[in-house]
Design a protein around this ligand. Structure first.
Ligand SMILES: Nc1nc2c(ncn2[C@@H]2O[C@H](COP(=O)(O)OP(=O)(O)OP(=O)(O)O)[C@@H](O)[C@H]2O)c(=O)[nH]1
Length: 202
């Protein structure tokens, strides 16, 4: 039976994503733009918050739970504690703030500290609408992302530049990893059940 033809997807995955980066780089703004949250207020994130977005790829429903961590130093321990169990990270710096770019190295170390956990990561140079105040060249961003082996986008939450493209890249990478793991698990199950069948037939 074609489940999609009946209006419901075959599988559903919960995907945990985390926004990380220094305070004021635009994490909340990028997230709000992606989930179409029209709230125009910009107050520094206190502690932690999350938003949900649901989308379908092939016949699979992906429920994205996107955690918005606070970049302020006083919330650092709390923010990093939410890194556990994440399948994806959106690492953000501000192209007009070179310190926020330098600190990507430390945010990356926090991500890599999680033992035995694998995650997809993307790097965003946000506020690319502020060309006149640029402090980090696009080439520097591209080079850093290349060194880490991760995708890179310059984005603007204000002008809605590259936001959907960035999240799509991250989510599709997570989805294909999950899909291939699922395929491997299905193959093992199939082999196991074939073994049982042949055992019963003898
Ligand atoms: N020009 C411009 N301003 C932006 C952009 N994104 C965010 N801002 C502004 O940057 C400021 C900080 O944005 P937030 O989204 O609160 O930053 P944050 O990274 O979530 O900050 P914390 O919650 O403190 O970690 C706000 O005044 C936003 O309006 C952008 O793409 N372009």
């Amino acid at each position: 039976m074609d489940a999609m033809a009946h209006g419901y997807p075959l599988k559903c995955f919960l995907v945990k994503l985390v926004m990380a980066g220094d305070s004021s780089v635009g994490k909340t703004s990028v997230l709000r733009r992606y989930v179409d949250d029209p709230d125009p207020s910009f107050i520094a994130t206190i502690g932690i918050d999350f938003k949900i977005k649901t989308l379908t790829i092939d016949e699979t429903m992906l429920k994205l739970q996107i955690w918005d961590t606070a970049g302020q130093e006083r919330f650092h321990t709390l923010s990093v504690s939410y890194f556990r169990g994440a399948q994806g990270f959106v690492l953000v710096y501000d192209i007009t703030n070179s310190d926020s770019f330098k600190n990507i190295e430390y945010w990356m170390k926090d991500i890599q500290k999680r033992e035995g956990e694998d995650a997809e990561i993307i790097l965003l140079g946000n506020k690319c609408d502020k060309e006149e105040a640029r402090a980090v060249s696009k080439e520097k961003g591209e080079k850093l992302a290349w060194e880490y082996g991760i995708p890179f986008f310059e984005t603007s939450a204000i002008n809605n530049i590259n936001i959907d493209q960035a999240f799509s890249t991250l989510v599709e990478a997570i989805y294909s990893k999950k899909a291939s793991l699922q395929l491997a698990a299905d193959t093992v199950n199939l082999r196991e059940s074939k073994k049982k069948d042949s055992c019963c037939n003898t």
